[in-house]
Design a protein around this ligand. Structure first.
Ligand code: MF3
Ligand code: CO
Length: 254
């Protein structure tokens, strides 16, 4: 399937899917503290998603066994919630969630501090979030896809951090993953021209140390090879003629 251009009606549904997801993230952020389990965060996220009549899109996606991806410290993405995994002071935790509202998807991720964290990890979280916003500045009609990728990479690497290569952002709509792929590093060429009505999940995954990752035996959890911490930040974004619209972001919420 190729890139889909959303109609005004589809955009309205995706806007609502994103609005709900921003609330889901805000509610999950409120339960994060030392002593809470990663499963408790998953339960909270799923409860809020269902309270809005939405479906958690990750649950059973390619066999994924939970509603929320909860990735701690050196875990990059796709950490599986566990009732025995207890967050402790000084951890950082990345939460990735997706909802389906009336057949349309939104997808967003945030990385949070658990209690007091190191200055280096604060920097990692802030730079990862800002790298997303640097990419978003380029996300407008007439620019090319890899303008977004380059802006993310240049920003993150200017702090000495590294960009994960194995996983990328993506188009989103009736399906969680649509074309095009949205790398967080610049491939050769410019990528496709951006057009109004395209909807993209832009999602930098940034490591403090080296870019290499591997997958644990659970076949989901991705961790950094050098065991240094990693952060993730994502929103579902609409390309317009002017300013992009961030469906899953509300500046007053988490
Ligand atoms: N946000 C991620 C993505 O875009 C999470 C999906 S993986 C899942 O690929 F299996 F957990 F759904
Ligand atoms: Co995504």
């Amino acid at each position: 399937m190729s890139v889909t251009i959303k109609s005004e009606h589809e955009i309205e549904l995706m806007r609502e899917a994103g609005r709900i997801l921003s609330i889901v993230h805000d509610e999950m952020a409120k339960v994060i503290r030392p002593g809470v389990t990663t499963m408790a965060i998953n339960r909270k996220g799923e409860e809020v998603i269902r309270s809005y009549g939405c479906i958690p899109s990750f649950l059973n996606y390619n066999g994924y066994p939970a509603s929320i991806c909860v990735s701690v410290n050196e875990e990059v993405v796709h950490g599986i919630p566990d009732k025995k995994r207890i967050l402790k002071e000084g951890d950082i935790v990345s939460l990735d969630a997706g909802v389906i509202y009336k057949g349309y998807h939104s997808d967003a991720a945030r990385t949070h501090a658990v209690g007091e964290i190191s200055e280096e990890d604060k920097k990692l979280i802030d730079v990862t979030k800002q790298s997303f916003f640097e990419g978003v500045k380029m996300a407008r009609a007439g620019n090319h896809l890899f303008d977004i990728s380059k802006a993310i990479q240049d920003y993150a690497e200017s702090f000495g951090f590294s960009v994960v290569r194995e996983m990328v952002g993506h188009g989103i709509g009736k399906k969680l993953h649509e074309e095009p792929q949205v790398p967080n590093f610049k491939p050769i060429g410019r990528g496709m021209k951006l057009r109004p009505g395209m909807t993209l999940a832009i999602e930098p995954m940034i490591n403090r140390g080296k870019k290499e990752i591997w997958k644990l035996e659970d076949d989901w959890t991705c961790v950094t090879r050098d065991s240094q911490n990693s952060a993730h930040y994502e929103n579902t974004v609409l390309i317009t003629e002017g300013e992009p619209e961030l469906f899953s972001y509300n500046k007053d919420l988490a």
